[in-house]
Design a binder for this molecule. Structure first.
Ligand code: KG4
Ligand code: ZN
Length: 336
C-alpha cells in the first residue's frame, strides 16, 4: 500500500509518496529558512502558520509527480513528535483529516525514527540490526537499533546538540542562520591545526556528548579580535575538526561495545562531508559498513516519514488510534 508522508515538526514542510515495491515515487519540500532568518532562529508561531499555507499545494504536487491518484494511497503517515507542538499539530490535523476523508488509516511517526530509517531510502539499504549516530539541530545520540521500533539510546548530548553547536558557532563567525552548512563550506578553505579547540568528553569513558563548552571556547578565542577571511576559515576548520573528532571517537567506542556490523548516520549534521569521510573510515576499521542518506534526506523531509509509515503499516500500525501530536517523546518509548 502506498503511503503519503507528511513532515512538519519544525521549519520544513515535507511531503512524499512511498510505494513498498517501487520505493520513493515523489518528494516535495518547502523550507522556511528565509522566513526565520531575520529572527536568528525558528519562530514557532510563524512556522505553524506557514505549514498551514504550504501543505495542500505540496500534497497536490507530490501526488501529481508520483502519478498517484488519491484512491491509490493506502495510508497517511505524519510526524507526531517530538518537535514544535504548533507545527506538529498542523501536520497531524491535516494528515488525520485527509485520512478520514479518504477512509484510510493515519499513522503517527516518531521524527527520530524517520531520521534513523532514512538510509533505507538509498540503493544499498542497511539491514537490521545497526548502530546509528543521529546528529541534528535538536539531537545528538548514539542508538542501538535491534529492529524496527527496538531502539536503545546508548549516549546523547548533555547540553547542545551538534547541529546547534554548528549554528551557534556559525553565528559567532557572522554567518547567517542556520549556519551549519555555511560553516562547513568556510571550513573547507581553512587550514588544519592553526587553532585548536577541546574534544569534549573524550577524556572519560562513556558515550554521552557535550558541545556547549566547545562553542564557548570559540567565543573566547574570538573575543576582541577582528578576523580576516583566512583566520575565520581556520577557526571554522578547527571547530569542525573538534566536532568531527568527538563524534568519530564516540562511534568507534560504540562499534567496539556493540559489535554491530553496520553504522548508520542520520540527521542534518550527517550531511557534513568531513564527518561522512571519517565515519566511513571508522566503520572500515571494525569491518562494518557505513550508510548515509543522500544529503537532502539528512535534513528534515517527508520521504523518511512516508517510509517509516510504510514499515509501520506492514507491522499493523493501523490497528490502534493514531498517535497524538507530542512535543516530547523519548525515542526508546516508541515501541514496535
Ligand atoms: O535534521 P535537521 O534538518 O533538523 C532537526 O531535526 O534538527 O538538522 C538541521 C541541522 C542544523 O543545525 C544545520 O546547521 C545542520 O543540521 N547542518 C549541518 C550541515 N548541513 C546541515 N551541520 C554541519 N555540516 C553540514 N554540512
Ligand atoms: Zn530532524
Amino acid at each position: 500500500m502506498r503511503v503519503l508522508g507528511i513532515e512538519t515538526s519544525c521549519d520544513e514542510t515535507g511531503v512524499a509518496v512511498y510505494d513498498p515495491v517501487a520505493g520513493l515515487l515523489s518528494h516535495r519540500l518547502h523550507t522556511q529558512v528565509a522566513m526565520h532568518q531575520a529572527y536568528g532562529g525558528v519562530v514557532p508561531e510563524l512556522a505553524s502558520r506557514d505549514h498551514v499555507r504550504r501543505l495542500l499545494p505540496l500534497v497536490q504536487a507530490a501526488l501529481e509527480e508520483a502519478g498517484a491518484a488519491p484512491a491509490s494511497i493506502g495510508a497517511v503517515a505524519y510526524t507526531a513528535g517530538p518537535g514544535l507542538i504548533g507545527a506538529l499539530l498542523v501536520g497531524a490535523s491535516f494528515a488525520r483529516a485527509l485520512a478520514y476523508a479518504w477512509s484510510i488509516p493515519a499513522i503517527g511517526v516518531h521524527h527520530l525514527e524517520g531520521h534513523l530509517l532514512a538510509p533505507l531510502l538509498e540503493p544499498r539499504p542497511p539491514a537490521f540490526p545497526f548502530l546509528a549516530l543521529l546528529v541534528s539541530g535538536g539531537h545528538t545520540m548514539l542508538v542501538d537499533v535491534a529492529a524496527l521500533g527496538e531502539y536503545r539510546v546508548l549516549g546523547e548530548s548533555l547540553d547542545d546538540a551538534a547541529g546547534e553547536a554548528f549554528d551557534k558557532t556559525a553565528k559567532l563567525l557572522g554567518l547567517p542562520y542556520p549556519g551549519g552548512a555555511a560553516l562547513a563550506a568556510l571550513a573547507e578553505r581553512g587550514r588544519a591545526g592553526v587553532y585548536r579547540f577541546p574534544r569534549p568528553m573524550l577524556d572519560r569513558p562513556g558515550l554521552d556528548f557535550s558541545f556547549s563548552g566547545l562553542k564557548t571556547a570559540v567565543r573566547v578565542a574570538l573575543r576582541g579580535r577582528v578576523l580576516d577571511e583566512t583566520a575565520r576559515a581556520d577557526v571554522a576548520r578547527a571547530f569542525e575538526d573538534a566536532v568531527v573528532d568527538t563524534l568519530t571517537e564516540k562511534c568507534r567506542r560504540a562499534l567496539r561495545a556493540t559489535g554491530r556490523e553496520r553504522l548508520v548516520v542520520a540527521g542534518g549534521v550527517g550531511a557534513n562531508r568531513r564527518l561522512r569521510e571519517r565515519l566511513a573510515g571508522v566503520a572500515g576499521e571494525y569491518g562494518a559498513s557505513a550508510h548515509f542518506p543522500r544529503p537532502q534526506f539528512c535534513t528534515d523531509n517527508g520521504a523518511m516519514i512516508a517510509l517509516a509509515g510504510c514499515l509501520r503499516l506492514e507491522r499493523g500500525a493501523n490497528r490502534g488510534p493514531p498517535a497524538p501530536a507530542r512535543a516530547n517523546w523519548p525515542l526508546d518509548e516508541v515501541g514496535n
